[in-house]
Write a protein that binds this ligand. Sequence first.
Ligand code: V47
Length: 372
Amino acid sequence: MDAVIGDRRLLPVLDRVRSGERLSFDDGLALYRSSDILAVGYMANLVRERLHGNVTFFNVNRHINPTDVCVASCRLCAFGKKARDPRAYTMSLEQVWETAGRGWSEAVTEFHIVGGLHPELTLDWYCQAFQGLKQRFPKVHLKALTMVEIAFLARRTKISVRETLERLIQAGVDSLPGGGAEIFSEPVRRILCDHKIDGNEWLEVARQAHRLGLKSNCTMLYGHLESDEDRVDHLVRLRELQDQTGGLVTFIPLAFHPDNTPLAHIPSTTGFTDIRNIAVARLMLDNIPHIKAYWVMLTPRIAQIAQRFGADDIDGTVVEERIYHDAGATTSQALRRGELLRLIREAGRDPVERDTLYRPVQRTETTFTVLV
Ligand code: V47
């Protein structure tokens, strides 16, 4: 079907995609620079269907952000607040546990827990929070703390990243979310978030987590100051990590939302850019099983289309989202399970509810079973 490839410069890439050959840095650039979105999407869809057939995954999850107090002052972020800010909040342990149980009657299979770098919350506090969640919700998977939070807690506690991870695992952490990766390119990262660990440190924390048997996700923040080269570099560095550890489960491209951030002058991303980032990720990340179109960030409409451009997952019910909504996201804070099913079915895909590690889930109104 070479007729689908209007941009003839992409023909060598098509050959490599067909034969399952790894794409190069320059292939990545060619994909980002082509405006032939149908050709790029056609190739991404070939790979997506080779891996997952007609299935699109989703999950029933709940986000919990225990605090928005953050010692970092990242220019990309509208969520973090200084402790003295009257709008800032920090949950007590009881509030964390109570928030976890609040929501819809649909039994969640995952708590996604991330927050600011709080100057006073200790590693012990987080461990107590996780132990308490496991006692109250023993079946629910804890996907908690980004590489950035883990590195921060290790430094504060004056112990190694490895020991920090071991204590978190003991307290009940089952896997790690993909946030905080932003963009690895050093000069851009210095502008976006110079108080955060750098790209190599992010990759190192992930490497250590994978060595301890934890799976994790990974992300890339795009649509700010980064170049095409920065994006390809980011994807290639994730691909190299995955060659070493095999611990990355899902890649989530995150569109920058500029409202209420110091970078509010930057225009929001367009549907074209969002779809292209999904598709290029599917093509470049040949060793990462899943590409997620996170509906909160993309809007349900784009997340739906993305299922035909490389994505095999649209994330979950979420229930309460703060990071994007503080930055001006106008999507709703939650989708019911039935709405996720509709978004997937209307795209002609077969919905499969998964747990965090992509095992199928069977459920009734109020309980679920993970099929192993
Ligand atoms: O780390 C912060 C980003 C991330 C803004 O692992 C912003 O399954 C856009 O990582 N505009 C948090 N993005 C979200 C995240 C995530 C989401 C869904 C699923 C998973 C997963 C992970 O959001 C942050 C940062 O990269 N972010 N501020 C902003 N203004």
